[in-house]
Design a protein around this ligand. Structure first.
Ligand code: GRF
Length: 192
């Protein structure tokens, strides 16, 4: 299975996916790493790993790409032979060019137990709500934000004295275990 990774940030989930491929747990290859943020950690990681990169720099918009640039992204993913689009901290809303090109083949990881706490800084929302259990969710991407069909979830406890940082770190540790595992499952299911 060929993966196309999209991210805007530090890329720790991408690093976990690369590690799972390297150690033989995940039979997949990263065909393309894409970022809308020049200089982001995810691009540096891709360059170190010898993964082809694409930078989509469109500062005119903050929350999405223009249809024209999203078409360019689709072309690049297709040219790289990507089977599964993996959002790993990608901070723009996916619109119809990409959704239509990869139906049920775009997944995302979100730092909450969806449907609770959609949107940004979900761990802060969980902390503010005083829940005893937080976690992360891997889901298919649809036209709404953090609403697609859920593939898997992992729980972590919220501990006394937790800060936003400590809770986020605990959730991310679970993300790094869960995301490669779900991709592995999808790769097995789609194997001819
Ligand atoms: C993760 O916490 C993920 O849940 C959210 O964005 C963050 C990306 O972190 N969608 P990283 O760039 O993979 O470190």
């Amino acid at each position: 299975m060929k993966l196309g990774i999209l991210g805007s940030g530090k890329g720790s989930n991408f690093a976990a996916i690369l590690e799972a491929i390297r150690n033989g747990e995940l039979h997949a290859a990263v065909a393309l790493a894409v970022s809308d943020v020049p200089g982001s950690g995810i691009l540096r990681l891709a360059e170190e790993a010898g993964v082809p990169t694409l930078i989509l720099h469109e500062p005119r918009y903050r929350t999405r790409l223009s249809p024209r640039v999203e078409e360019q992204l689709v072309d690049a993913l297709r040219a790289a032979g990507v089977d599964l689009v993996v959002l790993a901290g990608y901070m723009r809303i996916v619109k119809s060019p990409l959704l239509d090109a990869f139906p049920r083949r775009i997944i995302n990881i979100h730092p909450s137990l969806l449907p609770s706490f959609r949107g940004i800084s979900a761990w802060e929302q969980a902390l503010a709500a005083g829940v005893a259990t937080a976690g992360c969710t891997v889901h298919y991407v649809d036209a709404e934000i953090d609403t697609g069909e859920i593939l898997a979830q992992a729980e972590v406890p919220v501990l006394p004295g937790d800060t936003a940082e400590s809770l986020h770190a605990r959730i991310q540790a679970e993300e790094h275990r869960l995301y490669p595992e779900v991709i592995r499952r999808l790769a097995m299911e789609t194997r001819p």
